[in-house]
Ligand binder design. Sequence first.
Ligand SMILES: [Zn+2]
Length: 504
Amino acid sequence: MNLLTFAAVMSVVNLVLYNIPFFTFVWQSSQSELPGKLLLTVCFVLVMIVANFMACYLVMFLMRYVGRVLIALCHLLSATCVFFIYKYNNFMDETMIGNVFNTRYSEASGFMTWQLALFIVVFGVIPAVYVLTQKVNYGSWKRFGASVGSSILIVAILIVVNANQVLWIGKYDTELGGRLMPWSYIVNTVRFYNANHQKQKEEIKLPDATIADQEKTAVVLVIGESARKANFSLYGYGRNTNPKLSQQEGLLVYPAVSGDTYTTAGTKCILEYKATGDLYEILPNYLNRAGVDVSWRTSNWGEPPVHISEYLTEDSLVARYPGVNRKYDEILFTGLRQRIESSGKNKVLIVLHTSTNHGPCYSSKYPKEFEVFKPVCVNVENAKDSIPELVNAYDNSVLYVDHLLNGLIDTLRTVQGWNCAMLFVSDHGESLGENDLFMHGVPMKIAPAVQYEIPFLVWTTPGFRTPKKINQTIDQHYVFHTVLNLLSVQSPVYDAEHDLFQKP
Ligand SMILES: [Zn+2]
């Protein structure tokens, strides 16, 4: 087969196998009448065929066998992406690529299903094997020049013809780009690495802080994972998912929104003093430098770099508390009273970075006795066909959070000689099948409210601090300034507007 034919076949195969979601989106989102819609779609089809033909021709002609391997790899990746687009209505924008690179095996394995494997074999492996084995006559430089030149010309003409669609494309660039195979993940992987490279720069130090008094004070900041406000009965959810916390006296319940819809951004927002594109010293690092005894316990990941001496993962917690059940988040809540009372300092901050409400397998995140709402969906493959079961599993995971936080408050009540406080703030919300969306990570400008409306719960030792009257929805930056106040830390960046309590 000559390269011309081969590239044409590849281009058509790419369109048919991997770009149906792209064209479905084009068709559904175009506001034109039928003829305009048809013209737009046909032009997109032509541009895609010609542009991908050209790309394939270029890569194969210039790189020969290496080019084949790259194209084969693209088939595997495109098949995987398209599966997730069909299954979860995701799309591969820069954020999603970031989530892919930040995901641990334990979470990713929740997505590994037979259905996915079969899909990859049929739509990825078989085309890839064809690419690697088909004999190709590469042709001359002259033919190469003619093919690439005429392709560029055709694409240019089509772009000129559709110049009036620029506004429409601009409006949906994220959604279109995220469905365009294979360019969505290629371009966004490059973008992600560029952005990450920028972020790796040293954190910017905040001006020095000082501790104003010698009172013994401990704050436990619990960072929730994918906890959404809508499913907490404290916020009016019809099911009693907070039977214990609703009985806790003095619990403060604030309506709140997250700064973004994915873990790395949401966690950064909780820990930074205000929204900036830069990485400023985050709360634990800052307080550690100011002389506070800071401990971080995590069953999660994705937070900005934490520079403190006590950073405890599940492994280090098991080593410290032999016999504790490491399967669930209760491991993070173990031994807190002793940890506070034995501190050599008067000010203690303990951060618990939990993972309880994280999908896709909600039912694996809580012990069996919390399976109150039944039946539950245990297999993510069924999620789409059994939303009520998915919600049941999610609600059980909220029950477990209710239990953990309630236990924490009860523990803090018993810490002798210390004023204590607990803050629970989720990193972002979650979609449970509404509008065919699952999980989280939809870009903020188009995200549904359930992905950013979060629970924000606070409790303190009675009489410790007086809460202000807050009438509006609050954001995650309240954490930073409230914790400064609770620990009597004086800082030039302290912002009373973002403090839930009056100063003592
Ligand atoms: Zn998260």
